[in-house]
Design a protein around this ligand. Structure first.
Ligand SMILES: Nc1ncnc2c1ncn2[C@@H]1O[C@H](COP(=O)(O)OP(=O)(O)OP(=O)(O)O)[C@@H](O)[C@H]1O
Ligand SMILES: [Mg+2]
Length: 237
């Protein structure tokens, strides 16, 4: 049982630490992170390069294991799970969008979205993928390969892929880091629109203060720790 874990909490981290490196040269990367993120909340993570933002996201999204402390996501305590159980817990619940889009170059836009759905057991993978690509404005690019798409279009495919399973939580690590200003704006609008239509929780790493202000809450990291955590005006409206 999860004891006091509330149904309204999407993510709970308690005293999370991460140390990497070899035995005689350990680097302490996360130094005791405590964090509760409510369901449906949008949270921006800001902080200097090397402060541990991506490392924290890797742990909260179950890509990487904490060295110490505990992490619960969508009501499931990740801490005691083995690799298989962790993979099952994450499947369909977590969507991830990264700065470099990580599309498979030998697959079309449609296949990039559909194949992961198919591997997860969906029997309507291609129909669903087409719907998702239509939702991100790419109905006319289904059979294009990544090399035939612009950066913004590739990121739209990555968003469609992340959203297709209907995840409870969307993680985005500098999703506009490789895009020009106009394209970035459109991509951010799209992420918020897809978040809203899915009722998902959003955690977004960014260096852009304007983007951070669109979130309900801004968390600032420095040197492996959270040094500020505040609600924005967006949270009120
Ligand atoms: N495998 C590793 N072994 C040792 N140190 C690592 C390893 N991976 C990351 N680090 C260190 O952990 C620290 C945090 O890295 P992280 O990628 O989380 O930072 P970040 O805040 O996302 O930075 P950026 O804004 O540049 O993306 C950095 O100092 C980095 O060098
Ligand atoms: Mg990073």
């Amino acid at each position: 049982m999860h004891g006091t874990m509330s149904a309204d909490i999407a993510i709970r981290a308690r005293n999370v630490t991460l140390s990497l490196g070899s035995k005689d040269a350990m680097t302490s990367i996360l130094k005791g992170i405590d964090l509760d993120i409510a369901r449906g909340e949008s949270v921006a993570i800001l902080g200097p390069s090397g402060s541990g933002k991506s490392s924290l996201m890797a742990i909260l999204s179950g890509i990487e294991r904490a060295s110490g402390g505990s992490v619960s996501v969508a009501g499931v305590d990740y801490t005691p799970l083995d690799e298989d159980a962790l993979a099952r817990a994450r499947r369909g619940r977590i969507g991830i969008v990264l700065q470099s889009f990580h599309l498979l170059p030998t697959m079309t836009a449609l296949e990039n979205v559909a194949v992961p759905l198919e591997l997860a057991g969906s029997n309507v993978a291609f129909t669903k993928a087409q719907e998702e690509l239509t939702a991100v404005g790419l109905a006319h690019r289904l059979t294009h390969y990544p090399s035939q798409l612009s950066g913004g279009e590739q990121q739209r495919v990555a968003i469609a892929r992340a959203m297709a399973p209907g995840p409870d939580i969307i993680f985005a690590d500098e999703p506009t880091g490789n895009l020009d200003e106009t394209t970035s704006h459109a991509i951010v609008d799209l992420i918020f629109a897809r978040k809203a239509s899915n009722g998902a929780t959003l955690i977004i790493i960014t260096h852009d203060p304007a983007l951070a202000d669109r979130c309900d809450r801004i968390i600032e990291m420095r040197d492996g720790a959270i040094v500020a955590d505040r609600r924005t005006l967006a949270a009120a409206g």
